[in-house]
Design a protein around this ligand. Structure first.
Ligand SMILES: Cc1ncc(COP(=O)(O)O)c(C=O)c1O
Length: 381
């Protein structure tokens, strides 16, 4: 199997797995306990927190471990809204956010929120002018992702944060950075956001662990009550082994960060070069997208059939869009880019550390064969 669906999840790094073993076994203490096993668990959690604080350029006090990107996004959005709802009830987000943001924001309507969804251009990019134009005196929150998970577009988050704060420093700025963590060196101070979300399993860590950044002083209501853990930002006993695995995976990735990024660029470019002359092919990912994601389509070929055929040939890819009742929903991201027809044709090929150039060669050959055979059978022109 050639796995080209790393934006969905990445394989656990052996070093992460090895680091986790101890905390799945003998070191089972609760980090809140005062005895020695508890202190050992606490130490592991705090080492992880210090590591991420260093990597992201923030204070360890401003980081809380969560159960993943979805939870981090939900905590950020509800937490920021609830803290301000007595005087601010307007929320701004974009048309290309992950569902964990779009649906959380949508639910805020039940709490009386008014929501503005800002459009994107044909590259999937938000214009900061549009975000600024959407602001109102009662805007509570602006949520704009840093890297889009379907096409890899990098959003101008630093500029948006700066301009939003220029208009009204009281507006809270959140960014979903789940897909940025594997491929971008992030300085949250420079990005200027108040809240940011991360996930372990996109950086070769375990599933079910994430991170939430809450800049000190940000109005924020913690959603879960019942414990003082994680600086009271997220109650509940910490998933110690998962946190240790997240730390180990990201630490290894960080050590090879530039080489890793160059490797992904080489893979992405080689794959595109090998398929760019195929009949009817087009590329949805802009040229300056992150190197981990290549979104392409083949005119007249439905993506669900294409993905099934690729799977049969041993290539795991995805549409990057939700699957419901066994069929693919047309991608809301590709549609927001003004490509309605392409939304049913496009597939996402996404790369990570373990992929090799040899795999890319094989994948390109399979794509060419499958597209050729589908075209001869189902041409709808
Ligand atoms: C941009 C983005 N946000 C949030 C998530 C959700 O993260 P998790 O799977 O850790 O809940 C994902 C993962 O699919 C993602 O790509």
């Amino acid at each position: 199997m050639i796995y080209l669906d790393n934006a969905a999840t990445t394989p656990l790094l052996p070093t992460a797995r090895a680091a986790m073993e101890r905390y799945l076994g003998d070191a089972y203490g609760n980090p809140s306990s005062l005895h020695r096993p508890g202190r050992e668990a606490r130490q592991a959690v705090e080492e992880a927190r210090r590591f991420f604080a260093g990597w992201l350029g923030v204070s360890p006090r401003d980081l809380a471990f969560t159960s993943g990107g979805t939870e981090s996004n939900n905590l950020a959005i509800y937490g920021a809204y609830l803290a301000q709802r007595s005087h601010r009830t307007h929320v701004v987000t974009t048309a290309v956010e992950h569902h964990a943001v779009l649906e959380a924001v949508d639910r805020l309507r039940l709490l009386g929120a008014d929501v503005t969804v800002v459009p994107v251009d044909s590259d999937g990019r938000v214009d900061p002018d549009d975000v600024v134009r959407a602001l109102r005196p009662d805007t509570a929150l602006v949520s704009v992702m840093l890297v889009n998970n379907e096409v890899g577009t990098v959003e101008p988050v630093a500029e948006i944060a700066r301009r939003v704060k220029d208009v009204d420093p009281g507006i809270i700025v959140h960014s979903d950075m789940v897909q940025a963590l594997p491929v971008m060196r992030l300085s949250l101070g420079d990005l200027g956001v108040d809240l940011a979300s991360f996930s372990a399993h996109k950086v070769h860590g375990p599933k079910g662990v994430g991170l939430l950044y809450v800049r000190s002083g940000t109005p924020f209501v913690a959603l879960a009550a019942g414990g003082n853990q994680e600086h009271r930002l997220r109650a509940g006993t910490e998933p110690v082994a998962g946190i240790v695995g997240f730390h180990a995976a990201m630490a290894e990735l960080a050590q090879h960060f530039d080489a890793h990024r160059a490797h992904l660029s080489a893979l992405r470019d080689a794959l595109w070069r090998a398929i760019e002359s195929l009949d009817g092919v087009y590329r949805n990912s802009p040229a300056d997208a992150v190197p981990s994601i290549l979104n392409v389509g083949f005119r007249g070929i439905r993506n669900d059939i294409l993905l099934m055929r690729l799977d049969l040939e041993g290539i795991a890819a995805s549409a990057g869009a939700a699957c419901s009742a066994g069929s693919l929903e047309p991608s809301h991201v590709i549609r927001a880019m003004g490509r309605d027809r392409e939304a049913r044709e496009s597939i996402r090929l996404s790369f990570a550390w373990q992929n090799t150039m040899e795999e890319i060669g094989v994948a390109a050959g399979v794509l060419s064969k499958v597209v050729g055979s589908l075209r001869s059978r189902f041409t709808n022109s």
